[in-house]
Ligand binder design. Sequence first.
Ligand SMILES: [Zn+2]
Length: 203
Amino acid sequence: MELLTSFSQLPDARKGQGKQYGMDAILLGDMSLFLLKEGLRNELNNHRSNGHFSKYYRQLFKVKLPHQDTVKDVSCVLPNHELEQVRMDLMSRLFEQKWLRDYRLLNKYYLVAVDATGVMSFDERHCEHCLRRKSKSGKITYFHYVLEAKLVTSDGHILSLASEWIENPVGDFDRQDCERKAFERLAQKLKKQYPRLPVWTCQ
Ligand SMILES: [Zn+2]
């Protein structure tokens, strides 16, 4: 599986020898929460002790399911850009292999929608990159937004091409980061990753 090969090449922050699970098993263990529609990591851990489940999991994915504590510990320290690069490289291969040609607008352009979405918000500052907003009552909310570029197909599929976090720099700054500034960074990222892609953008 091409995805597992890409996962296995990701940097592993774990020190020492004798690791039981490679990065492919770790990342697939993370994705399994969604693939198997599990709400909690604990539920997956419970399934691990079921012989039938473990056997079918191994047959299907060719790797063993790690304990979710290990999955969380390793994937939490994996830099965002590493995983994003895996996703962008997979999309590049789909374009190169012409799998998406039939979805072009006017037989020429790929339709790309760009929009920002809120990911999380907090009553207290949660990290040095938080955006912040003050309400009329004086209450400050801290939050994170991400700007997404999605390929939209005529049959209703939406495939993520690239993401750019809207976040403040460390230290002093005059103005907070915003969607417009993030769009400039996102456009550069799209150009670099998909240099010859004919794109029709809606924002
Ligand atoms: Zn934060």
